[in-house]
Ligand binder design. Sequence first.
Ligand code: ADP
Ligand code: MG
Length: 223
Amino acid sequence: MIRMKDISKKYVMGDTEVKALDDVSFNVEKGEFVSIVGPSGSGKSTLMNMLGCLDVPDDGEYLLDGIDINNSTDAELAHIRNKKIGFVFQNFNLLSKLNAIENVEVPLLYKGLSAKQSKELAYDYLEKVGLKGREKHTPKELSGGQQQRVAIARALACEPQIMLADEPTGALDQKTGMGIMEMLKDMNGRGQTIILITHDVNIAKQGKRSVSIIDGRIIDETR
Ligand SMILES: Nc1ncnc2c1ncn2[C@@H]1O[C@H](COP(=O)(O)OP(=O)(O)O)[C@@H](O)[C@H]1O
Ligand SMILES: [Mg+2]
């Protein structure tokens, strides 16, 4: 499903250059639950942006279901993201003017669900993540952990083929975090591919396979 070969990405800040990804080769098969674990600054979010077709590498090859991502137009990438990929961003990326329900509804409407179906699903998923009663709150009226759960509900409700979750339990207490991990495992049980990004070895262990990233290099002990 995912084939990355010798992917590199550097950021230039003044006269310093950071190799955020350094010759990363990484494959994921359909239906896997893979954790990518590494310390802060190791390149996890950069890798997630690449995997999610939000950014393209300086060098290397990325095939997603056989499609050459480096040679796709922005419109093609947007279409692929829409069709295949769900995101939970580290900073949540909620729409600040919309309330919780509306945030979850937006991608469902984009997917072509009716207004009624979208609303029902959005209420359902907010309840699943423990936010019943908070539906009408805007992001700034919610705590960090609650915002994170809105972001998770939004991604889960779309039932994406591939779920990319960047520190999805980072803002949550242990019990709520475990609940979210169970939901990801359920998704995976229904055949969805999960890529979980975390600095927390104990969270990473919940996946079926775990690879490490350090200084932009993937250390894949499982292959
Ligand atoms: N937009 C950017 N501009 C400059 N440097 C960046 C940018 N994004 C990330 N970096 C640098 O790239 C490295 C990897 O960052 P990141 O992928 O966010 O790591 P992680 O998510 O593992 O904490 C870090 O050294 C970070 O400072
Ligand atoms: Mg990060």
